[in-house]
Design a protein around this ligand. Structure first.
Ligand code: PRX
Length: 646
């Protein structure tokens, strides 16, 4: 256990300074959530009509009604992110951007960001985007991605950012599901000097679906692309004659701010809906509290805006808090494995937030890359996205943090909107691998598979008991799926899909997903998504995909294949073909690491695949397969155990 270093405590004005504060604040958030959150939102957020109502609804009645927070209030989240800062610190850097090349740096002040967003808001209005319209954003990590998000929000449109690694088919699915009418993209992305053909991918997506009226294209590399007349327009052209002032459209608190698609254990990705009032309150509060944000901090989250971490902790939370938020276009390994630490030194970064995958990959490159830089500006180190193994945690703490910083291991999800279990930087003693304690407003509960609540130290299914302002309100267009996905496992509670151990101190140790979701390098994917693609191949009769522990990526992907022709075996051609299909259908991050041809899947007599057996074998833990007596054909287990993986 590490107590909080003095350097982290000194000068803090956090509402939670020590564990007594934590207990008091957490208790007040539980005993009177309405008063607690109304107090927080009225302090942190600019409301045009301040709310008097807190929570309406409950998890046990969520099938009948969505929950709401602050429903009688009116606002626009971008006023809190932009306009109000013009009164107090217009020249402060809002976005500090570093491009693919280290010398390509831009510092954008709050005044400039406000102008850029206003201009683009006017541009979007001029092409007919209005209240409630959906807009897909498919861009690299450039400041204009944040401008596009904020401009949509400002006019009351609903953005849906699609991570730049996703394929044309994935974009098309999202266009169809959200019924978007505009796509905002750029000619090419740039990562590690590699060009990513974003506009070409959008062209392919838009051709295959109907409904897209306009594609707005930002020029980044000047690479050759084709522009379709009457549909495609350049960002700079559309903005050219636009006014740089724009009055934000005031919306009710529950008006959708964005839809973000995420993978689940079944079916297509789900469009999680987040709303102006609750989301901006929760992200601002957690960002300020967890990281112990100070006025002059340079805060860097090196995630991508295509994922929820980028939404909540690069764009909305930090800007609502008037922070300087760093945005990074490149990769941690370009031009070499010292890139992050070089940036920390040059920009004097105080708070640095990344994922365990990156930490493991960088630790493997050796300490030299860290030690040559002056990292004395660092105060708080964050991690998110996957469980962090103790070795990686220790390296982050000792080598990067030099023992002077604290680590906040922040557990949360696309669905939770913001950090839900985490240390609070100046207050919480930390232990490598534990996300420690729930945030104010979050009451966790552990259940066993039989639906019994576990008390005290225990390991079980991680649930949350009561609604908090940041929770996703529904799945876009499918509230029934929302209810079935999250509220049916343990009726009346939100089930996270994660397993968790709680120790004697009440600290939480996330053990990973207990459903059929895999987490590869922090990228969340459904095994069912892989399976649906693989069985499209003419040679494949059936397939089952599972995750297995991977040293760097956290989890790898293993596919079990049953061939139509039983004499056919594994070949490199087959592997290439299947991986190409996954890449084309999902995106560049969807890759099967190992294939394993087996004669049949382990099915029960009722036809259900016992995925547990496949998982255990892939994990290299075949000694503990559990009860296999209900299998229709127990002999397949022997075949699975002896089959080779390629
Ligand atoms: O399994 C948990 C893991 O990431 C899942 C959520 O993924 P996503 O919605 O893509 O959001 C990722 C960024 C918030 C969770 O169900 N996860 C996230 N943070 C942690 C984690 N697992 C362990 N420790 C964490 N700190």
């Amino acid at each position: 256990m590490h107590i909080v270093p003095d350097r982290v405590k000194q000068g803090s004005t956090n509402i939670i300074q020590n564990m007594d504060d934590w207990r008091r604040v957490h208790l007040s958030s539980m005993s009177d959530p309405d008063t607690f959150w109304l107090g927080i939102t009225n302090e942190l957020i600019d409301w045009q009509t301040p709310p008097t109502e807190g929570l309406v609804g409950a998890f046990h009645s969520i099938a009948d009604n969505q929950v709401s927070w602050f429903a009688d209030g009116k606002l626009n989240a971008t006023i809190s992110c932009l306009d109000r800062h013009l009164l107090t610190h217009p020249e402060k850097t809002a976005i500090l951007w570093e491009g693919d090349e280290p010398d390509d740096v831009r510092a954008i002040s709050y005044r400039q960001l406000h102008s850029d967003v206003c201009r683009f808001s006017n541009a979007l209005s001029s092409i007919g985007v209005g209240l409630g319209d959906r807009v897909i954003i498919y861009m690299g990590m450039v400041p204009e991605a944040a401008v596009a998000m904020l401009a949509c929000a400002r006019i009351g449109a609903i953005h849906s950012v699609v991570f730049g690694g996703f394929s044309a088919e994935s974009i098309a699915n999202r266009i169809e599901d959200s019924r978007a009418k505009v796509v905002i993209t750029m000619d090419e992305g740039l990562r590690g000097s590699r060009k990513i053909p974003l506009k070409n991918t959008v062209d392919e997506a838009v051709q295959s679906v109907s409904g897209i009226e306009t594609v707005v294209v930002l020029k980044r590399t000047g690479g050759e692309i084709s522009m379709t007349e009457g549909r495609d327009i350049w960002w700079h052209d559309i903005c050219q004659n636009m006014d740089d002032s724009h009055e934000a459209v005031i919306v009710p608190a529950e008006h959708p701010l964005f839809i973000l698609y995420t993978s689940g254990s079944t079916g297509k990705p789900k469009g999680e809906v987040h709303v102006h009032g609750g989301y901006i309150t929760y992200t601002a509060f957690t960002h300020k509290t967890v990281f112990d944000l100070r006025e002059d901090d340079v805060y860097a989250c090196v995630a991508d805006v295509g994922w929820i971490t980028g939404h909540s902790y690069i764009v909305y939370g930090p800007l609502a808090n008037g922070a300087t938020t760093f945005m990074f276009e490149s990769t941690p390994l370009y031009p070499d494995a010292g890139r992050y630490w070089d940036m920390v030194e040059r920009h004097k970064i105080n708070i640095f937030y990344t994922a365990p995958t990156a930490i493991r990959a960088l630790a493997a490159k050796g300490d030299n890359f860290v030690e040559k830089y002056d990292l004395s500006s660092l105060r708080v180190l964050g991690t998110v996205g996957e469980p962090i193994n103790p070795e990686a945690w220790d390296w982050y703490y000792d080598v990067v943090g030099g023992g002077r910083c604290t680590i906040v291991d922040t557990w949360w999800q696309t669905e939770t909107g913001g950090i839900s279990i985490s240390p609070i930087a100046p207050a919480t003693p930390v232990i490598g691998g534990s996300a420690t304690l729930p945030m104010p407003g979050i009451s966790t509960a552990l259940y066993n598979a039989e639906g019994q609540r576990l008390i005290g130290p225990a390991e079980g299914l991680l649930c949350i008991e009561h609604p908090w302002p940041g929770i996703t309100r529904t799945i876009w267009g499918d509230h029934e799926r929302f209810v079935n996905t999250y509220f049916s496992t343990i009726p009346g509670l939100y089930f996270t899909g994660d397993g968790c151990r709680r120790d004697e101190m009440g600290y939480h140790w996330i053990t990973g997903r207990v459903d059929d979701v895999i987490n590869v390098s922090g990228h969340r994917m459904g095994t069912a998504e892989f399976e649906a693609i693989i069985i499209e191949d003419e040679a494949i009769a059936e397939a089952a995909v599972v995750g297995f522990p991977h040293e760097i990526k956290g989890q790898g992907v293993q596919a079990y294949l049953i061939m139509k022709n039983p004499s056919e075996t594994y070949s490199e051609d087959l592997a290439k073909r299947l991986n190409l299909m996954c890449r084309k259908s999902i995106g560049a991050h969807a890759k099967v690491d190992y294939f394993c041809v087996i004669p049949g899947l382990p099915k029960t007599r009722s036809g259900k695949v016992m995925r547990r057996i496949l998982r255990k074998v892939a994990e290299g833990d075949p000694s503990n397969l559990g009860d296999i007596s209900t299998l229709a054909d127990p002999s397949v287990v022997e075949a699975i155990l002896t089959s080779k993986r390629y």
